[in-house]
Every structure is written in C-alpha cells, then in structure tokens.
Design a protein around this ligand. Structure first.
Ligand code: SAM
Length: 284
C-alpha cells in the first residue's frame, strides 16, 4: 500500500513534481483528507463484485481508495494533463483504467451494460466538478442503465435541494424530479477545509439509488408540469398550474379531482400528489 494521495503533503508533492496548477474552469478542488476519501469509497463500493465508474479523478485521491476496494475502476477525466500523472500516482494498481474524455460525452449505458452482463455491480463515485453537477447527474438518471448506486460529493446547497422535503426552503422542481427518479440519501457534510484549493462553500456527499421507471408516466410532460407549478414560487397552485395549462378552469377541475387545495403552493405538495395530478390531467 503506498502513501495516501489525499493528504496535504502528498498533494503538494504531486503538484510540484509535475508542475501542475489547478484549473478553476474544470472545477479542480482536490481532496486532502484521507478519512473522508475512505468514507466515500466505502459507501460507494457496495459489494465485493463492484466496478466503479469515477468522474473526474484529478490526481487520484479518491481513485486510489476505490481501487483498493473494487474489482475495477474506470475513471473519466477531461483534463489532458492528468492521465500521465495518474498512471504514475496509481502505478501500483492494475485494476484502474483512465479514460481521457469529457464525461458528458460518454455513452454511459454501454459501459454499464458491458459490466453488468459479466455479473458485476456497477456503481458511480465522484467528487464532482461543481460547475456541471446537475448535467452529470441527469445524464446518469436518464441513461436507462442498471447503475446500482451513485455516490457523489457536491456543493452543500445543491445537495440540500436534491434531498429537500415539502414545505422546506430548498424544496423545488429539481427536488421532486430527482426524488421521482431516485431514492436520495444524504451521507455527510464536508467542510471546505478538506480541499486544495479551498472552495468558497461547504460540500456534502449524497447517495442516489435509481428507482424503477413508472410506465404510466411520460417523463417530459410530467417534469414540464412540475416546473410549471413552481414557476412563480409565491403564487398558488391554481395560478401557476392555470398559467401552465393556459386554462384556469381546467386547472381548477384537475386540482379538485386530484384532491389538491387550489390555494396551496407547489412547495407544499408531495411527489405522490404531483403524480396524482399528472394522472388526472394526462391519464387516458
Ligand atoms: N477526484 C479528485 C479529488 O477528489 O481530489 C478531483 C475532484 S475535482 C472536484 C473534479 C475533477 O473533475 C477534476 O479533476 C476535473 O478536471 C474533472 N472534470 C471536470 N469536468 C469534467 C468532465 N466534463 N468530464 C470529466 N472530468 C471532468
């Protein structure tokens, strides 16, 4: 076992050896706290037959711990300076594959399928580049692939929105759309002091477990309806839903049939109530 990469001294050593500066536009904040990295890796690797897809390995802080625990790690890194460095920092492993590619352009379903067909559990783990947290997560949610779990670090305030419950300040269309697709499990809060360079905000680790698709719901109109109902947060359901349908009378009728008070606000409704409203309005 070689020295942990996720320490202040080893990270400094790697940055100096390779004359590497961190790129802000790639969201490069490297983890320098081995205890946190280990916890993320232990949560992510859910079985002893796991293949991990990692997004953004950086200089290998999390990759190293994942490689100890998983059968294989496939790490996608956009920065073309890093694969050469990773091959050296992770030289002790023969179960790590580095792919120098923008993760948003990867056919993730094909990767997942090729390993699940061989009997592996495929999971995703990452300390996400914060500037593309939501696009990456939505790419995973929409991949229609049997990903067993997604364990990721993100900005704390974004994490709060993903897991928010009705009647809380963070609850919005994103919370409902995400909770429709996944079980969302907040794992831990992480202070900004464990990154190099230190970001302006705190972070949190969240775990997502994809739910089975509901056949009776077509996602595009369902999500459009939810977004429409949150369009003006302080307005009533009747107002927002009526504007969305361009028909207040119909909106009133659908709300009544779904058993929803027309004067309430979207932020008080549960996922199940939105599903009921969709079924009333769009069901055949
Ligand atoms: N995993 C490392 C760690 O925890 O120390 C680095 C995490 S850093 C927050 C995010 C990493 O994602 C960086 O290495 C960055 O270059 C990479 N990255 C940014 N955009 C990416 C993209 N579109 N596809 C793949 N990697 C990306």
């Amino acid at each position: 076992m070689s020295k942990a990469i996720a320490t202040p001294s080893r990270t400094k050593e790697i940055l100096e050896t390779y004359d590497l500066f961190t790129k802000k536009n790639y969201g490069q904040n490297f983890l320098i706290e081995p205890g946190i990295v280990e916890k993320i890796a232990r949560s992510a690797v859910i079985s002893d037959h796991c293949v991990v897809i990692e997004i953004g390995p950086g200089i290998g802080a999390l990759t190293q711990q994942l490689a100890y625990l998983a059968q294989k790690v496939i790490a996608f890194e956009i920065d073309e300076r890093l694969p050469k460095i990773l091959r050296e920092t992770l030289a002790e492993f023969d179960n790590v594959e580095i792919v120098n590619q923008d993760f948003l352009k990867v056919d993730i379903a094909a990767y997942v399928k090729s390993y699940t067909e061989q009997g592996y559990d495929v999971v995703v783990a990452a300390n996400l580049p914060y500037y593309i947290t939501t696009p990456i997560l939505f790419q995973l949610f929409e991949a229609q692939a049997p990903i067993a779990s997604i364990t990721v670090m993100m900005q704390k305030e974004v994490a709060d929105r993903f897991s928010a419950k009705p009647n809380s300040k963070d609850y919005n269309a994103l919370s409902i759309i995400t909770q429709y697709r996944c079980e969302v499990k907040p794992l831990m809060k992480v202070p900004s002091s464990v990154f190099q360079p230190k970001p302006a905000v705190d972070s949190a680790v969240v775990q997502f477990f994809l739910k089975k698709k509901q056949d009776q719901i077509e996602e595009e109109p369902f999500f459009a309806m939810i977004k429409g109902c949150f369009k003006q947060r302080r307005k009533t359901m009747l107002n927002n839903f009526g504007t969305f349908l361009q028909d207040k009378e119909k909106a009133m009728q659908y709300l009544e049939s779904a058993g929803i008070d027309a004067k309430c606000r979207a932020e008080s409704l549960t996922l199940e109530q939105f599903i009921r409203l969709y079924e009333v309005a769009y069901g055949s």
